[in-house]
Design a protein around this ligand. Structure first.
Ligand code: SF4
Ligand code: SF3
Length: 537
């Protein structure tokens, strides 16, 4: 196997024996094959679209498949094989359609294979990451694919709420075609990487619209981190539509609902705050789940990444459920909702009723809900605080958390910031400092949490509004400093999105991506001023 898509990749070079995330070589091979099938589908679908003959269903397949290969989303080989077989069948159908319509399809290896090979591991070795011999081209192609994975995750959440954008699908097809070309050069690929960022911003904007038009704008909210007396269901991941279905179905059942990790921001939405059994947030970021899911005692529902494989002594597999693009062997999978319907969580509710209430691991509250609408409502106060010098600087510390000890840096960094600095955050990176007593500045909390990683889009809107409020020409002239933490591919699309918007001098840690070749890293440094995490003061 070879995989270097995430921040925890072995020696910051690549996982070759087994993933640090727990991914087995067999699973890695299936994922390589799935990406290969996706490229084939995209090449045919692109040709159909150019001839006005495309429908969107194949793009829905691509989105789900790419999302499935994100770090820590899916460990279930059977689910991956099913997608591969479906993908080959879909490609065959699309090819037949193209033939019937007299549409020419580029003759590329990705198009030729139309059934899953028996020796898939050998095939995967020939189509995986290392099949591209030039390290710079490999780096740029993979960076594009990782950005697309993040983009697809966000576009899928938006689609679950009925919001789609054909521009995103068209670009997805085009980008997968371009990364499949053998004759593509580095300059074309750099442009493609930036275009991926640009389209990533569109997918975040689409998701923001989907979330806020369905559930209202996030509001400043105090979220309980203690527990109640009833048994509960803990919902993890990013999908708000799943959140809605679960809250509705648990209503009046005597089962409480808690968020975990990236689902915390669900508490900020008016549509969810109305449920009295939506008790609070339990625990911390994804990587603490082995301990926290044990002590939660109740049912666990994964709507997306990040899943940590259970420890040998782990006891919660029989109360663990997955849905959507994620999967785990031995955990039950809740099927997709039918058109116009809802997911059926009744089995989880029945099981939760047999569970003990959660064991309390913390008490108190955390505050969040500072997405663009809420911050702009406070704009006068914020601008005044900057003008009087009460706020000297904003520090964007968005992104992912991770399990490596070195991430203690982010806690230390937040604590060491001068008292006139405000942290703008989104994503699970916040758990490194969102429970620290960092105080407020004239009533404005020093940690402003906009929400999930996709809500980094909110941070961009806030920055643009501040730029206008201060009459500045360039967003880089604001007193904003970027110290971003990354782990998986959603952070890649957030980063590419920021670059496409012209944001410069982003510090990225705890390490720069292992998938950047020295030459590609040099381009990022020279063109965008990307640098490693700054030293602690
Ligand atoms: Fe390794 Fe990360 Fe790939 Fe897992 S996702 S195999 S940890 S590089
Ligand atoms: Fe976290 Fe997995 Fe990236 Fe959505 S939940 S930010 S790591």
């Amino acid at each position: 196997m070879f995989c270097f898509q995430c921040q925890e990749t072995a020696r910051n070079q690549g996982c070759t024996i087994k993933g640090v995330c727990g991914k087995e070589p067999q699973t890695a091979a299936l994922m390589d094959l799935l990406i290969y099938v996706c490229r084939g589908i995209a090449i045919v679908q692109r040709a159909l679209r150019q001839n006005g003959k495309a429908v969107d269903a194949p793009d829905h397949f691509l989105m789900d498949a790419l999302f499935t290969t994100i770090t820590n989303a899916n460990f279930d080989d059977a689910a991956l094989s099913e997608r591969i077989n479906k993908g080959f069948a879909l490609k065959k159908d699309l090819l037949a359609q193209a033939r019937q319509e007299g549409i020419n399809i580029p003759d590329m290896p990705e198009v030729r294979l139309t059934a899953a090979p028996a020796d898939y591991q050998n095939v995967a070795a020939t189509v995986g990451v290392l099949s591209e011999p030039d390290e710079d081209i490999r780096s740029l192609k993979q960076m594009t694919i990782y950005g697309l994975k993040g983009m697809c995750a966000y576009a899928e959440h938006a689609l679950n709420l009925g919001h789609a954008n054909v521009e995103i699908y068209t670009f997805l097809e085009e980008a997968l075609y371009q990364v499949s070309r053998n004759d593509i050069g580095a300059d074309e690929l750099v442009a493609l990487v930036l275009k991926t960022g640009e389209t990533g911003v569109k997918s975040m904007a689409l998701l923001d619209k989907a979330n806020t038009s369905t559930y209202g704008h996030p509001q400043m909210t105090r979220v309980n981190i203690g527990v109640g007396k009833n048994p509960g269901i803990l919902i993890s991941g990013h999908d708000l539509r799943d959140m809605e279905d679960l809250l509705e179905q648990t209503s009046g059942t005597g089962v409480d609902v808690y968020t975990h990790g990236e689902m915390l921001p669900a508490h900020y939405y008016p549509a969810f705050r109305k449920y009295p059994h939506f008790v609070g947030n339990y625990g911390n970021a994804w990587w603490k789940q082995r301990e926290e899911f044990e002590s939660f005692n109740g049912v666990i529902l994964f709507t997306t990444n990040c899943i940590v494989p259970l420890a040998k002594e782990g006891t919660y597999l029989d109360r663990m459920y997955t849905t959507g693009s994620c999967g785990y062997p031995g955990a039950k999978h809740i099927p997709a909702r039918k058109e116009g319907g809802k997911k059926d969580f009744s089995e989880l509710i029945t099981m939760a009723k047999t569970c003990k209430p959660p064991h309390e691991i913390e008490k108190g509250e955390i505050i969040g809900g500072f997405a663009h609408n809420q911050v702009l409502a406070l704009a006068d106060q914020v601008v005044e605080a900057v003008k009087t010098g009460a706020i000297k600087r904003f520090v964007v510390m968005a992104g992912c958390d991770g399990r490596m000890k070195s991430r203690q840096y982010y806690t230390d960094y937040a604590m060491a910031l001068p008292k006139d600095n405000v942290i703008l955050t989104a994503g699970c990176a916040k758990y490194r400092y969102n429970k620290l007593p960092l105080g407020d500045i004239n009533g404005i909390p020093r940690v402003l949490d906009a929400g999930q990683c996709n809500d980094s889009y909110s941070l961009v809107l806030i920055a643009l509004a501040l730029k206008d409020a201060f009459g500045l020409k360039d967003v880089n002239d604001l007193p904003i400093f970027y110290n971003i933490a990354w782990y998986e591919q959603k952070a890649v699309i957030v980063l590419l999105g920021l670059l496409s918007l012209g944001v410069k001098n982003i510090h990225l840690g705890p390490t720069l991506p292992g998938f950047l070749s020295p030459n590609v890293a040099k381009v990022l440094v020279e063109k965008f001023g990307i640098g490693p995490q700054p030293e602690l003061n």
